[in-house]
Design a protein around this ligand. Structure first.
Ligand SMILES: Nc1ncnc2c1ncn2[C@@H]1O[C@H](COP(=O)(O)OP(=O)(O)OP(=O)(O)O)[C@@H](O)[C@H]1O
Length: 299
């Protein structure tokens, strides 16, 4: 089992008068870790809730493993959505929730759950409503990863966790995914920490898809140039510069729109070229309304 694929076509989701998703289309490849990125209110939680049938769509097509997930027992048995709030029974001890999941989910790994409970210092005999925010998030991670469902949707689940716990989460997620490949979607607006995990990226903005592609293709849309400040300034003159840093006489600029002769020009000027951080591209894309409309070309 390498995971469920997802096809979303012209999906619209409304809350009364608010259009949370406006005819969005994107695909999620099976067996891949995809980042669902977007600023606050861009529609990430709504999209994941529709995929997991927590919320009904208004219109459009959603296919999870080839079928509409709404009231679809087979697909939902293989789907796990964990939101930041935890999504677990509040009046049950953590141990009882794990036992319940162990009975209901055929791929649930009690071994991984116990390992993560130790790692996050979670007491199995406590209840979720007695946990701090960070520990509640950590329990959400335990549930999401140990379920090993063919489609695992983790909605900003790591945001409340402290740095050591978050890094433990990233390490375990990657190691467990390598051993048990499945489709994982991580939603976040904090990309720096998770970008190394992401093979594909879907960026939402105000209920529309800004861009959807593999992370490397997205990164190749820009470059960083590092070297003596005057040479960097000359190199980037007239270009679309989205970030600058300077330390002493050394400067680094981030450019959008790489050109064929960049490498040769950089060599001549004694400058170093490097990749762009996804976080910088994300800020650039979501900061500029004029960037809307690039989605179709970059798919
Ligand atoms: N229950 C609701 N009732 C009315 N409007 C809602 C509801 N839930 C979300 N919305 C609206 O739908 C839009 C998308 O919200 P959503 O929670 O999906 O975004 P998000 O990208 O997950 O945001 P965040 O990063 O802040 O969690 C926003 O305009 C939000 O105000």
């Amino acid at each position: 089992m390498s995971g469920y694929g997802v096809e979303v076509r012209d999906l619209t989701a409304r809350y009364d008068t608010t259009v949370a998703l406006d005819a969005v289309s994107f695909s999620i490849r099976p067996g891949v870790i995809t980042g669902l990125l977007g600023r606050n209110g861009s529609g990430k939680t709504t999209a994941l809730s529709v995929l997991a049938a927590f919320r009904r769509k208004t219109s459009g097509t959603v296919l999870v493993d080839g079928e509409d997930p709404w009231e679809n027992e087979r697909v939902l048995a293989g789907t796990c959505l964990v939101r930041e709030s935890g999504d677990v029974a509040q009046d049950q001890k953590l141990k009882q929730t794990l036992e319940y999941l162990g009975d209901r989910r055929p791929l649930f790994s009690r071994e991984l759950a116990d390992q993560l409970m130790d790692r996050f210092e979670l007491d199995p005999l406590t209840r979720p409503d007695r946990l701090s925010r960070g520990k509640r998030s950590a329990f959400g991670v335990v549930v999401g990863l140990a379920s090993r469902t063919p489609l695992t949707l983790l909605d900003e689940v790591h945001l409340g966790m402290d740095a050591p716990s978050r890094y433990a989460f990233y390490d375990v997620l990657l190691a467990d995914w390598l051993e048990h490949p499945r489709t994982i979607v991580l939603s976040s607006h904090l990309i720096g920490e998770i970008e190394r995990l992401l093979e594909d990226v879907v960026v939402l903005d105000r209920g529309t898809v800004l861009t959807a592609s593999d992370a490397d293709t997205l990164r190749s849309g820009g470059i960083t140039v590092t070297g003596p400040a005057e040479a960097v300034a000359l190199f980037v003159d007239g270009r679309d510069v989205v970030g600058r840093q300077q330390l002493g006489r050394t400067a680094q600029a981030t450019l959008i729109g790489a050109r064929d002769d960049d490498a040769a020009r950089a060599r001549q000027a004694g400058l170093e070229l490097g990749p762009v951080a996804l976080q910088d591209l994300f800020v650039h894309l979501t900061d500029r309304p004029s960037a809307v409309g690039t989605s179709e070309e970059s798919r």
